[in-house]
Ligand binder design. Structure first.
Ligand code: 5GP
Length: 180
């Protein structure tokens, strides 16, 4: 069975992603020069984006990992998240950048940002690869964004469906028949 069997089509190619990651990293390099930023990778979906992004940043950075899970079902999302793995380091007085794969309703990221903001960082910003603005339920925007996309369920480049397809190099639209 091919990796791409359940993909309807490629939405964003690996070449387009690589180009965008370079642009984002260039912006971050300029804005965070001399700030020793602390980049937080939100597991698992962001791990490939994170690894590519930090290798394109031409300044010293420190990294942390967080794993979170949402309470409730997809249809009754409260946005309240449970921290499954927290950061090891303190965020106090640090310039923090949250690295997220995709913003959908915005509930998860909004909750997470508020939670981390209470830890007294010097600044806190969001860098997201993808954004589905049509689905937003709460006001939150990425400070640094890769691509705005239409309302499709996407897989690949770290993003999963039922824990699969994270290793696809492109971002693809999942076939509806797979989940309906
Ligand atoms: P939100 O709280 O913004 O609705 O949820 C964001 C999270 O939902 C993302 O971090 C991601 O884990 C998941 N998610 C939202 N849309 C998609 C999608 O199209 N594909 C995948 N694989 N995950 C998604």
């Amino acid at each position: 069975m091919s990796l791409y069997n359940d993909a309807e089509s490629v939405l964003i190619s690996k070449e387009q992603i690589a180009q965008k990651v370079k642009e984002l990293a260039k912006t971050l390099t300029e804005e965070y020069k001399d700030k020793n930023p602390l980049l937080i990778c939100i597991l698992k979906g962001s791990f490939i984006f994170f690894a590519d992004l930090i290798r394109e940043m031409n300044i010293p950075v420190e990294i942390e990992f967080m794993a979170i899970s949402s309470y409730g079902t997809a249809s009754t999302s409260s946005g309240e998240v449970k921290v499954v793995k927290d950061t090891d380091k303190s965020l106090e007085n640090r310039h923090v950048i949250i690295i997220e794969d995709i913003i959908d309703t915005g509930l998860t990221l909004s909750y997470l940002k508020n939670m981390l903001a209470r830890r007294a960082p010097a600044s806190i910003k969001i860098c997201a690869l993808l954004d589905k603005p049509d689905r937003r339920e709460i006001e939150i925007e990425a400070d640094y964004l890769g691509f705005k996309i239409p309302n499709h369920f996407v897989i690949g480049y770290g993003l999963d469906y039922a824990q699969k397809y994270r290793n696809m190099p492109d971002v693809c639209i999942l076939k509806k028949s797979v989940y309906s």
